[in-house]
Design a protein around this ligand. Structure first.
Ligand code: XIL
Length: 319
């Protein structure tokens, strides 16, 4: 048994990973990614994002994302689809266009409708809005959407996604919900606001980009998840990686990372409405952290040469 099969035995829907077409040429890597015992739910790491899916206005480009979807389908794996509206990885016509409230709302609705309709039937869930809150105090993060449309961009995005696909779960997804009370409070308020307006939101994604030794305990994590499930939405960990702040990792560091991963996965087990856990790539070879945070990384379950790390064994054990 592997991660996904044990997760299912534990009563959850899935254990998943992000991958993308640039990984397909690596046969050793793909042997793990294709193995449904390990991963039952896939996320395209980049290919569904606006810069990839609508690189020029009105010209949709789905070839790469379709390859990820096809491969998952062939393996009997599901898809979590990521993402529709985000401040980042936007084409320049979006970030530097001269928009009004009306024109950007229309462009956003067109984007959402086309992308959601294209992948209809393939996605278990969509991350409709990604990372809308800032890092500090729970205020809305600056973006071209906030600037031109105001906070209404979020309900508008959820409405457009719901209209395009009544069957796919619609998520709000963000990081540090696990460790920032202000951000969690702002997100809770957002969920309540959407619900009060009868706009569908089905889930909240906890990205789970965490730090070795800085990951809350299993109980604290479960408490954070329950704040959301108390509102009637499901939750999932959607982009997990637990990074070292300095490298190389020591063997005690690897043990701490193992405990942190076990706490996170354990907290999902403890909360009935937590549907699953997705890691953001599964080998240190491909994880994004080292390219964004210099000198940090080794955040994954498998090493760069595909050996299972103590964290992998700890997750198996907690399942
Ligand atoms: C990252 C990808 O992993 C990188 O390959 C890319 O260069 C930048 O984006 N939060 C998210 C993800 O929601 O989409 C980000 O993915 C990581 C942070």
């Amino acid at each position: 048994d592997g991660l996904h099969s044990l997760m299912v035995k534990a009563g959850k829907m899935y254990f998943g990973t992000a991958i993308d077409v640039n990984n397909f040429a690596d046969a050793k890597y793909m042997a793990i990614a294709d193995n449904k015992n390990e991963f039952g739910m896939m996320t395209a790491e980049n290919s569904m994002k606006w810069s990839s899916s609508e690189p020029n206005q009105g010209k949709f480009a789905f070839a790469s994302a379709d390859k990820v979807v096809e491969r998952a389908k062939k393996n009997g794996q599901g898809m979590r689809c990521h993402n529709l509206i985000w401040y980042n990885q936007l084409p320049s016509y979006v970030t530097s266009g001269s928009w009004t409230n009306e024109t950007l709302t229309a462009a956003m609705q067109t984007h959402i409708t086309n992308v959601v309709e294209h992948f209809k039937g393939a996605c278990y869930a969509w991350d409709v809005v990604n990372e809308a809150f800032g890092d500090g105090d729970g205020s809305y993060r600056q973006s071209v959407f906030l600037k031109n449309i105001g906070e209404a961009f979020i309900p508008l995005a959820f409405q457009a996604a719901a209209a395009a696909d009544p069957d796919t779960k619609l998520y709000f997804n963000d990081f540090n919900l696990e460790i920032s009370p202000d951000k969690a409070a702002a997100t809770l308020a957002l969920v309540k606001d959407l619900q009060a307006r009868k706009i569908r939101i089905d889930g909240v994604g906890f990205q789970g980009h965490l730090v070795v030794g800085g990951t809350p305990t299993r109980d604290a994590l479960a408490t954070s998840l329950r704040q959301f499930t108390a509102l009637g939405v499901e939750v999932a960990y959607t982009e997990v990686d637990i990074r070292f702040e300095s490298l190389p990792a020591s063997s005690s560091g690897l043990e701490q990372q193992a405990q942190d991963y076990a706490a996170l996965v354990g907290s999902c087990l403890d909360v009935k409405e937590c549907v699953g856990v997705t890691v953001w790539q599964f080998s240190d070879k491909y994880n994004w952290v080292s390219s964004v945070f210099k000198g940090k990384g080794d955040a994954c379950l498998w090493s760069a040469d595909y050996a299972k790390k103590p964290a992998y064994d700890a997750v198996i054990k907690v399942l």
